[in-house]
Ligand binder design. Structure first.
Ligand code: ADP
Ligand code: MG
Length: 489
């Protein structure tokens, strides 16, 4: 008898993603209408967005630059000559009756994004193409009792569509891929990459095949999955559904499906349209886009360090752990804060620990982002240097100095530490006296120590730290106590 897990084990998932990235430009792709999210319905609309007869599109060059940036960041080649096409279909939120997109000659082609997977280590997921296009308006079916309402603010907002090859093999890998895309567009500054607000939307093409075979099965395209979690739910649901169909003797029909987040179920939306249905043809109102090698080179030179490059540098040059490096490189603001801290301290590990520890807790508590933190990176570096040169203890730094720094962002760290009387005493006499005082408390423990019971050292350390009120550096204290214990033997 075949149990369900056995059935599932027979098959492999094959997934290709089409990712729509809404660009963070000020104006729309073919007009000077605002591309801002929200606004009063139909307030960001001129004749171009309304698709009035006779209105002409005018290409926003920031969209081209954004596409090139994303293409270069994802190892694509750039088509020096590319062009726009009309994709014809009728829908109420598309007043022109066609969408301007790129079909035959997209701006970027044949790249890859690397993901880290549990099962296969680092894998390159190939990118088929990235093209530029305009978004459609929004139909709202739940705002009025009898009518559907149309908001054209979004019509003409620039999108990049990134199409992967069917190289992804699990829901986890698909989520990783999206997460990489999200990081990259945020680092490039071309989009905020916010899935919940629709700046990053994804259609998942899903099929199954028997493991260790090469032919692809028929795929289903699940539309508009709006969160990382829903993407994974939709894929898992589809896998189970398709396996059941095939195991029961059926076959998978190529279809477009809708995912219902409330039920976790996919359902048919329409049978898959063929490219032919759209009657693609070159957009006659726009010239082809012609680029030069030099133009591309300039953009290449302007690219920031990307998350995976940063991660590698943090590991290889700074000696950070993979885990810390990955976290620090996941957000642009965090990585640049870290980069600024290590401009004035060479204690990289401590800088990482501070940012991923006390700083992050503070941000969580206050809801601030790291760029809103009142503590400047250079001040955090000062604090770290005071600790690593033994001038203050880590404990007093975390518990007292760091909170004080939040309250007095304009004070110098050294002044705060001095005011709070937390500088570790460098007066050797004072320290020696304190060690004597502590050892004299427990003469019998000294004998135990000398007989080999090293654990009693903790007791002396505890007493010492209590009495020194955080002004002694634990390392120094430890070696002073050990020295005394051993020398009078
Ligand atoms: P279309 O233009 O009809 O949408 P494409 O060939 O452009 O078709 O593919 C769209 C997406 O479907 C791509 O992301 C691709 O990787 C993915 N895809 C193609 N074939 C399969 C398959 N058999 N299983 C899963 N995904 C697939
Ligand atoms: Mg498609």
């Amino acid at each position: 008898m075949t149990s369900i897990p056995d059935k599932l084990y027979k098959y492999e998932l094959v997934i290709g993603l089409e990712v729509h990235i809404q660009l963070a430009t000020n104006t729309k792709i073919f007009s000077s209408d605002s591309a801002a999210f929200g606004g009063e319905p139909n307030s960001h609309v001129s004749i171009v967005s309304l698709g009035l007869p006779g209105s002409l599109p005018y290409l926003n060059s920031t969209v081209i630059d954004s596409a090139i940036k994303l293409g270069l960041a994802t190892n694509c080649s750039i088509n020096l000559e590319n062009r726009f096409d009309r994709k014809n279909y009728f829908y109420a939120d598309l007043p022109k009756g066609y969408q301007i997109t790129q079909d035959a000659l997209p701006i970027c082609k044949e790249g890859f994004i690397e993901i880290k997977t549990k099962a296969f280590g680092n894998r390159q997921i190939r990118i088929n193409r990235i093209h530029m296009e305009e978004d459609a308006g929004k139909s709202m079916h739940d705002q009025d009792l009898t009518d559907s309402l149309i908001d054209l603010n979004r019509a003409g907002v620039p999108l990049l569509e990134l199409v992967s090859e069917p190289d992804l093999r699990s829901a986890e890998e698909a989520a990783q891929f999206i997460s990489e895309v999200r990081k990259i567009v945020r680092f490039l500054g071309v989009s905020d990459g916010n899935m919940e607000e629709g700046s990053l939307r994804c259609d998942a093409n899903i099929s199954i095949r028997i493991k260790n075979t090469t032919a692809y099965g028929n795929r289903c395209e699940v539309k508009n999955v709006n969160s990382m979690r829903n993407l994974q739910r939709a894929i898992t649901y589809e896998f189970n559904r398709q396996v059941d169909v095939v195991e029961n003797g059926g076959s998978i029909e190529q279809q477009t499906l809708n995912f219902d987040a409330a039920t976790g179920i996919t359902s048919p939306l329409r049978s898959k349209e063929l490219a032919n249905d759209y009657r693609y043809f070159p957009e006659p109102d726009l010239l082809p886009v012609r680029l030069t090698e030099e133009y591309i080179k300039n953009i290449q030179a302007s690219l920031p360090e990307l998350p995976q490059q940063l991660e590698k540098r943090f590991i290889n040059e700074l000696g950070l752990s993979e885990y810390d490096a990955n976290l620090l490189a996941s957000e642009k603001e965090i990585s640049s804060y870290f980069n600024n801290v290590i401009k004035t301290t060479s204690d990289y590990k401590a800088a990482a620990n501070w940012i991923l520890g006390p700083v992050r807790s503070l941000l969580n508590e206050t809801g601030l982002s790291i760029s809103q933190l009142s503590t400047k990176p250079s001040s955090l570096a000062d604090l770290i240097n005071l600790i690593s040169t033994g001038k203050i203890s880590f404990t007093s730094a975390v518990q007292q100095v760091f909170p004080a720094m939040q309250k007095h962002p304009d004070h110098k760290v050294i002044d705060l530490v001095t005011e709070m009387n937390l500088l570790i005493s460098v007066d050797q006499n004072e320290l020696d006296n304190l060690v004597d005082e502590v050892l004299n408390l427990y003469p019998d423990k000294i004998i135990e120590y000398r007989k080999g019971k090293k654990a009693v050292l903790g007791l002396f350390m505890g007493e010492f730290m209590k009495r020194s009120k955080g002004k002694a550096d634990p390392k120094t204290a430890n070696s002073l106590i050990v020295k005394k214990l051993e020398e009078t033997k």
